[in-house]
Design a protein around this ligand. Structure first.
Ligand SMILES: [Zn+2]
Length: 290
């Protein structure tokens, strides 16, 4: 693949050689250089502020962003966002600490602020939409005769994922794996018109059948693909998620899992944009309010 298909560390250094260049990007993403009075905003030397040449109004562009009140230089923040944008299997705070040469606490804070900015869109999915549910985390033994199975299952997080064929993905922690919960999830995330749901044969998806057209693959009968009917896309995402969490983070608490899901969804939804993913992530982070 040609070099130009990627956004490399060299591109980053070239585009943002100084703190001033980083600040210019922040200003230009969030504000216009033209003031309503007819003047023009310019960076004030040595300060993180811009001032209008005519009316003298001042704007501190970073003050509404996650960079506010951070002692970390903007160029290091940009580097962190660059690393995150290329880490398709996730990146741990320990790894970020090593790569940036900051403390573990600082690396952890940077990562959690980036993840927090990655809320999933609420635009509904349509067309062929595969849906599947899985369980995450929660250690413990169910016992010889599964007598403690319910206790073990209660410690696990239930995650439901919907993926539009050739499109976007949605991944949510849901309260449980009941039919009522699945119906709510589908209502919230999937368009009713021009859409076919594709699921396994589990009865929990059945409540939506009055409204949605649904095709099933019956894994119990060892049926995995029937022409175009399969849930391979969503199952592939699930296994990437589980492998990445195990490999990169070892384990994730229920409390933080959703923000990790959001970051994997971000990577999936921007999977074809190796050149643009850094810019998309930077823009997303800048627009997300603190
Ligand atoms: Zn002005």
């Amino acid at each position: 693949m040609a070099k130009t298909d990627k956004y490399s560390i060299r591109d980053l250094k070239k585009d943002f050689p100084t703190e001033e260049a980083c600040l210019d990007l922040i200003f230009d993403t969030l504000h216009s250089r033209d003031c309503s009075c007819g003047g023009t905003y310019r960076q004030i030397n040595g300060r993180k502020q811009y001032q209008c040449s005519k009316c003298r109004f001042q704007i501190a562009p970073a003050s509404t962003t996650i960079f506010h009140k951070s002692d970390t230089p903007l160029s290091l923040w940009f580097h962190a966002i660059f690393i995150f944008s290329n880490a398709k299997s996730g990146i741990s705070a320990k790894e970020m600490e090593r790569q940036l040469g900051v403390t573990y606490k600082c690396a952890w804070r940077i990562l959690s602020l980036i993840r927090k900015a990655l809320k999933q869109s609420n635009k509904k999915l349509r067309g062929g939409v595969e849906i599947d549910t899985g369980f995450f985390g929660g250690r413990g033994n169910a016992g010889k005769n599964n007598e403690d199975l319910s206790k073990v299952m209660a410690r696990k997080a239930v995650v439901t994922i919907a993926v539009e064929r050739n499109g976007q993905i949605r991944a949510e922690i849901v309260p449980d794996a009941t039919a009522k919960t699945m119906q709510d999830f589908i209502d919230r995330n999937v368009e009713k018109e021009h859409t076919t749901l594709i699921t396994d044969s589990s009865k929990v998806y059945g409540r939506s059948d009055k409204v949605w057209n649904r095709e099933k693959v019956d894994h119990h009968k060892k049926e995995y693909v029937r022409g175009d009917i399969h849930i391979n896309t969503v199952e592939t995402f699930f296994s990437h998620l589980k492998r990445s969490i195990k490999g990169t983070f070892k384990s994730i608490s229920k409390q933080h899992l959703q923000s990790y899901l959001d970051s994997f969804v971000f990577h999936y939804n921007n999977r074809y944009n190796d050149k643009e993913r850094f810019g998309v992530l930077l823009g997303t982070v800048l627009h997300a309010s603190r």
